[in-house]
Write a protein that binds this ligand. Structure first.
Ligand SMILES: [Cu+2]
Length: 186
């Protein structure tokens, strides 16, 4: 906790100082601002950025968002840097011999004119590589995204629960198949 506080000691820690309360009230979490802001840069619109919390010791984490190219020329998205990771990349996921594998999108992710691409779990994602600290639910991870034509933009990804299936989801286990994530007692 200490190391993170040092990193984001400025305005962010004040703005998101409700973290503890939100974590206690999972139901309110979704309603009370786990949804990220939208961003516009050039002809590019970014909607609903979010990230997943990571377990202690995880070396990487993932962020998601919806990107629309409202322009008339194709653009290419890369991730330049993140405050939480040594590197930041755009990854694609493919099935290979029944196994899901992910790899960086070479040369950036192309977004055609008029196209909307959704980065989401089990699909395209922003990968925070070599995390400096775990991604903590209720906090933010920031990344600088670069569009070849539209330019760069700093995006804040609100962090949802570990394994969350969607932004604002309280926990992957309750939103998905159950498994080991259930936090409620029976
Ligand atoms: Cu990845």
């Amino acid at each position: 906790m200490t190391y993170f506080a040092a990193k984001s000691f400025a305005s962010k820690s004040i703005r998101y100082g409700l973290t503890a309360a939100l974590a206690l009230a999972a139901a309110q979490f979704a309603a009370a601002g786990a949804v990220g802001a939208d961003y516009d840069v050039g002809a590019i619109h970014i909607a609903q950025p979010w990230a997943r919390a990571t377990p202690k010791g995880a070396s990487s984490g993932a962020g998601y968002m919806t990107v629309t190219n409202k322009g008339t020329t194709p653009d290419r998205l890369t991730c330049v840097s993140s405050d939480a990771a040594a590197k930041c990349q755009i990854h694609t996921m493919t099935m290979e011999g029944g196994v899901m594998k992910m790899r960086p999108v070479e040369g950036g992710l192309e977004i055609k004119p008029g196209e909307t691409i959704m980065l989401k779990p089990s699909g395209l994602h922003v990968m925070f590589v070599d995390l400096k600290h775990p991604l903590e639910q209720g906090k933010m991870v920031e990344a600088t995204l670069k569009f070849e034509k539209a330019g760069t933009v700093d995006v804040e990804f609100p962090i949802a629960a570990i394994g969350a299936a969607m932004p604002g989801a309280a926990a992957g286990g309750t939103m998905m198949q159950g498994g080991g994530m259930m936090q409620m007692k029976h």
